[in-house]
Design a protein around this ligand. Structure first.
Ligand code: PCA
Length: 218
């Protein structure tokens, strides 16, 4: 099995992105699966082509994309990507779409095809807080998750019907919080790495997702 793991470049006012910092520290093999790592630009225009090139080159069995979600306090396993781009800030190429569809001919949303509940359970089993998130936002992370699932749905080169894809958001690293309010949640880098490793294990080992409640009222 081959797993493509993507991590974003820093964006906004940040000098680092914990997603890429953690992805690049992952081992090259997890649970017997080969890990391929890809740094992705935080830009609406170029993240999709970067992903599609990697799909074609590596033909992975699973795609796990990772992004920073400043303000979140745990590993957020995204359930859904929606067909809208609405940038709070311009991306790294200066583009700031407002209420634009990602793909005009695409569905309103795609659900993650990763075993999201098994991932949450495995990460918690390592002593790291994790939860199912029902919104990946409307910025570049949601955009890339949507495009990965769209690529599989449309049978783009390097995909097959059984290719699974999804997204996890990670908190700020402690070093990113020194200039932020004292209540800003953070997670140490080695903990993020541990959580991602556990997530990959769950993706590799799980045939059928757990049927356990992870719903929310808000
Ligand atoms: N986080 C942003 C984009 C890149 C990243 O790491 C997001 O949540 O959309």
């Amino acid at each position: 099995m081959r797993v493509l793991i993507t991590g974003f470049e820093p964006f906004g006012d940040e000098a680092i992105n914990p997603a890429w910092e953690a992805v690049k520290r992952l081992p090259d093999t997890v649970s017997g699966a080969e890990i391929v790592k890809l740094l992705v630009p935080t830009a609406f225009g170029s993240c999709g082509p970067a992903l599609e090139r990697a799909l074609e080159l590596h033909a992975p069995d699973a795609v796990l994309s990772v992004g920073q979600a400043g303000g979140r306090c745990d590993l957020s396993v995204e359930r859904v990507a929606i067909n809208v781009a609405d940038g709070r800030i311009p991306d790294n190429e200066g583009r700031q779409p407002i209420d634009e569809p990602i793909r005009a001919d695409g569905p309103a949303a795609y659900f993650s095809t990763l075993p999201i509940k098994a991932v949450v359970a495995r990460v918690r089993g390592r002593g790291v807080p994790a939860s199912v998130s029902n919104s990946a936002g409307t910025y570049v992370c949601n955009y890339l998750m949507y495009l990965a699932l769209h690529a599989v749905a449309r049978g783009l080169p390097g995909t097959r019907p059984g290719t699974v894809a999804g997204f996890v958001h990670v908190p700020y690293l402690p070093s990113q919080a020194v200039d932020k309010p004292a209540t800003t949640p953070t997670m140490p880098l080695e903990t993020v790495v541990e959580a991602l490793e556990a997530a990959v294990e769950a993706i590799v080992d799980t045939r059928e997702d757990l049927r356990v409640p992870e719903g929310r009222t808000c």
